[in-house]
Structure formats: C-alpha cells, structure tokens
Design a protein around this ligand. Structure first.
Ligand code: NAD
Length: 529
C-alpha cells in the first residue's frame, strides 16, 4: 500500500491519503483510504480471528510480542528516521520518545502480562458466603478499536495495541490521517513478527473512517486525541453502549518553588515546553514560579531558549523541529496574539520561520500571563513557554487546579516531602516531582487524565485491565444445601434472619453471640445432608 517515492512522481488521487514531510510540505508516500463501507467487514474479520487468538495460551501470546520487540529493535534506526520524516520531530526524540517507549512496552507486557492477568482467588469476608469459592478471571473484550493522533504516531498506538493483543483481543487501528505511514508500519512490525494479518488491521483515512470504526461496533474503543473529537467519540460510543478509554489533551502546569534548583528547573521547563515542538499531551503548558526566584528562573529560561537549534528534524544537531502543519502554527499565533493584547510580553521567539519551512515557529518565552488568556486556558500544543509569577506555593496550586484539564503536572522543589504534599493537592492523573513527562516512559505508571483530559488509563497494569473484562466465577462448596434466603418465608425465618444480622453486625461480642443460635437455624434450616 505504501509507495514512498519522489514528490514529482506522485499524482494525488482522491482515494489516496498523502503522507507529507512537515518540514517542507512535500509528499513522501501515499496510502489508500479505506472505503468507509468496508470497515464493518474489517471489524467482522477481526472478530472471527479473535475467537481463535483468545485460545492461544497467554504465554505464547507474550512470546509473540517479544518477537515484535526484536523486529522493532532490529529496525530501530530506519523507524526513527521514518517517524522523524513524517512527524517532524528531531531524531533523538524519535529514538527516545517513540522507539524506546515502544520497545519497552513490548518488553514490559511480554514479561509481566501473564502475572498481571492470572486469575485470582476472591476470599469472602461474610460468614454466610464462606461456603463458596470465588475466582476472578480476566477475559478479552473481543475487538478493540484504536484511534490515534499524529503527535506520537508510534508510541501512542503501541501503548494500546501491544497489551490489547497480549490480552487476547484483536485490534483495528485507525492512525491519524497526518501520519499514515507510521500507522501502517505498526501493522507491518506485527506481521513481520509472525502475527496473522487479521489480528491487527490498519484502516486509513480521516475522521469519517474513525467514525465508521465506531459505527462498526468494536467491543471497546481506545481513543487518543483532542477534547473536541473526544466528545464526538464519547457520544458515538455512548449511543452504542461501547465502553471507551479517552486520552485527551492537557494543560500541564509546572510549579517552580523557591527551594528548587533553578538551573535544573529552567532546563526542564525549556525541554518540557519545546520537546516535539510543544506538540505533546504532556508538554509543560503553564509555569507558576515563586516570586523570590522568578527573575532568575525566567532569565535562565530565556537564555537557554535562545541557544536552541531550530532546523531540519533530520539534522542530528536540531533540537526543535517543525510543527506538523501551518494550521497548527495558526492556532499558536492566535493564542499569543490574544495574550499580548491582554498584556503578556514575549521575551524571545514569537515568529514564524517560513525561511525554514511552512510550519516552523520559533521557541517562545512569554511572561505576564494571566488566567483569562486563551494561552492559559486552552491547550496550546506549540513551542510556547508561558510563565506566571506567584506569591506562594498555595497560589501556584490554586492556579494549577483552575483548569478544565487534568492530565499531568510537575512540582519543582528542594524538599521531596513538600513535593509529595503538593502532588496530593493537584488535580491531575499524574504528578512528577522534579521531572516532567518522563513517566510516559515508565511502563509501570498508569497514564490518563481527569476532567477534560479524559477517562480510563493506558500503560501499566491499569491499562492492561482496561482491555479485559473481569469475570467472577463462584463455585458452591456445599452443593446439596439449599440457601437460607430461598423460598419458604415465614415468621420464624424472619426472626432467624434478624438474629443473623445481629450475629454479624451488632456492637459488642456479647450482643453478637446472642444472635448466634438463631443465625445458625436460619443457615441450616433446610439442610438436605
Ligand atoms: P484529533 O482529535 O484531531 O484526531 C485524533 C484521531 O481521531 C485521528 O486519528 C482522527 O482522524 C480521528 N477522528 C477525528 N474525528 C473523528 C470522529 N468523529 N470519530 C472518530 N475518530 C475521529 O487529535 P490530533 O490532532 O490527531 O492529536 C492531538 C491531540 O491529541 C492533542 O489534543 C493532544 O493533547 C492529544 N493527545 C493526547 C494524548 C494522551 O495520552 N492524553 C497523547 C497524545 C495526544
């Protein structure tokens, strides 16, 4: 399907999706758009394949995922280059934040999924239920529909595809229309590792194909993308009662307290704001710095930002690459214009760089920002470091929590205890003390948000459990005994039932024991043995 070729040789056809190099806008490959009418059949194929796949022993499924890791590792340089070309991020970022994360996800689930999905005995605390043996089993949902964004076109889909398959589901993946090549690569990796085609199918196209996927009734949808689309996805899933995980946008706050190492904190602020050109759900979007250290911190941020090398993502020295599309730059400039009109000051950057390519924007530091500005309310998703000065840690917490989003946040402090205390007060799915965003690379850490940042979790055991259904199985150990609560109601059973409640719940041991004889009568009234 992929035809990587020179721009001049390609004639765009309506049924094809063009993969563009965002650094110059040139077509680098084309992909057939999946006809919407075929999506239901694709989901049906996935459903048929799933019943066979679910019977493959878990250990074998894990071993197959370990093989994906080997394939990915062997192709890591080529894949990093592809991600860099299609998503416009520097090569180091493709290696660290995409390939490494994807490799580690394979390694983590291949090694740990069997333990995480093992059935569990469920002991019963209630005396009346002691004669039963309960167990919890984790069964696959069936077909998981995965809809992913362009900003981490390898790491994000792999974060769900791998655990979904390990758990015995099959997957239909709809990658972003802006990164179709990376999407098709995900399926290619699994096929190269020996997975039959129908276990992981990729469908290509825009929002209408994502909508067609939901309409085809997969058994669960894992959506990663914007709040706006997330609302539509949630509504479409609700209509069909399809459970969903929504990984949406963020407005992550960074709280820089006076006790923090300002040199380290400013380096983190600069990296956290500009990595992937700020187009990361976990990027630092708002900084609240305590007044006593604000001047020094801001000055360091400005100096470090000025030193960043903006350029071609393929150049290994480039630190900030291109944004994905000129329209994304428009959104950033609109927010900056609004902020400046309301009194914010741009200390460095703030300009488009058409001399470098159609979607380049300079890393920008802006101060004097206030909560009424769009820059402090809406997800910016661009290379902007916005700093507000606060009088206390308490004010920083209040402002950080004053947002509809709740994905992640970071606290910078010289006192780890204070960091933990503040973390407890922040309304976010994750909080890092003295680091930003790197928890996305910690496979044991659940990833997900609160409020407008969505619901459900990916990564970790929590993310794996999103992809299975808990089934409780109970075996009665006294199968020839009828139960106290069955029919045959009369006054003496009512009295015995009350004694039973007394035996279980009365205050004090003496009171409880008074109920014991009646309780026993109620339990054993109809014993057939
Ligand atoms: P987007 O919402 O525009 O698109 C995401 C995906 O949804 C794409 O594949 C798109 O084709 C599809 N889609 C569009 N309309 C649809 C519909 N009606 N039904 C079904 N699918 C539909 O988002 P984007 O611009 O690709 O990605 C950027 C956004 O993703 C940012 O807001 C970012 O914060 C968020 N994001 C969140 C996380 C996270 O883990 N929380 C991770 C990465 C990105």
């Amino acid at each position: 399907m992929a035809t990587a070729s020179q721009p001049a040789q390609l004639a765009p056809a309506p049924a094809h999706l063009s993969s563009l190099d965002p650094s110059n806008g040139e077509v680098i490959a084309q992909f057939e758009i999946t006809p919407a009418g075929e999506v239901a059949g694709i989901v049906e194929r996935a459903r048929r394949a799933q019943s066979t796949w679910a019977r493959v022993p878990l250990a074998e499924r894990c071993a197959k995922v370990a093989r994906v890791r080997e394939v990915l590792y062997a192709r890591r340089q080529e894949i990093a280059e592809l991600v860099t070309r299609e998503a416009g991020k520097p090569r180091v970022e493709s290696l660290f934040a995409e390939v490494l994360v994807a490799l580690d996800i394979c390694a983590f689930y291949a090694t740990n999924a069997a333990r995480m999905l093992r059935s569990e005995r469920v002991p019963h605390h209630n005396l009346a239920m002691k004669s039963k043996s309960g167990r919890l089993f984790y069964e696959p949902f069936g077909v998981i529909g995965v809809i992913s964004p362009w900003n981490y076109p390898l790491a994000v889909p792999m974060g769900t595809v791998v655990p979904a398959l390990v758990a015995g589901n099959t997957v239909v993946l709809k990658p972003s229309e802006l990164t179709p090549w990376c999407g098709s690569l995900v399926a290619e990796l699994f096929q190269q590792a020996g997975f039959p085609h129908d276990l992981l199918q990729v469908i290509q196209g825009g929002g209408e194909i994502g909508a067609a996927l939901i309409a085809a009734r997969p058994d669960k949808v894992v959506f990663t993308g914007s709040v706006e689309t997330g609302r539509r996805v949630a509504a479409a899933c609700a209509e069909k009662l399809i459970p969903s995980v929504l990984e949406l946008g963020g407005k992550d706050a960074m709280l820089v307290l006076a006790s923090a190492d300002q040199d380290i904190a400013s380096s983190a602020a600069v990296w956290g704001s500009f990595t992937n050109c700020g187009q990361a759900c976990l990027s630092v979007e708002r900084i609240y710095v305590e007044r006593g250290v604000a001047d020094k911190f801001i000055q360091m941020c400005v100096e470090k930002t000025k030193r960043l090398k903006l350029g071609s993502p393929l150049d290994p020295e480039t630190e900030v690459g291109t944004m994905i599309r000129p329209t994304q730059v428009d959104r950033v400039t609109a927010q900056l214009d609004d902020a400046v009109a309301r009194g914010a000051r741009i200390l460095t950057g703030g300009r488009r760089r058409p001399d470098l390519g159609p979607a380049y924007f300079e890393p920008t530091v802006v101060t004097g920002v206030t909560p009424d500005m769009k820059l402090m309310q809406e997800e910016t998703f661009g290379p902007v470091l916005a700093v507000a000065v606060v009088d206390s840690a308490a004010e920083a917490v209040r402002l950080a929590n004053d947002s509809e989003f709740g994905l992640s946040a970071s606290v910078w402090t010289g006192d780890a205890r204070q960091g933990r205390e503040i973390a407890a007060q922040l309304r976010a799915g994750s909080v890092m003390v003295n680091d930003v965003a790197s928890y996305f690379g910690i496979c044991e850490a659940p990833h997900g948000g609160r409020g407008a940042s969505g619901w459900g979790r990916t990564h970790s055991r929590a993310g794996l459990l999103e992809l299975v259904q808990a089934k409780y199985v109970d075996v009665d150990l006294l199968p020839r005994w009828s139960k106290a609560w069955w029919y045959g109601y009369n006054q003496s059973l009512a009295v015995a039932a009350d004694h039973f409640l007394q035996f279980l719940f009365a205050q004090g041991i003496v009171e409880r024991l008074k109920g014991a004889p009646g309780a026993m009568r109620s339990l054993f009234r109809d014993s057939k043995i």
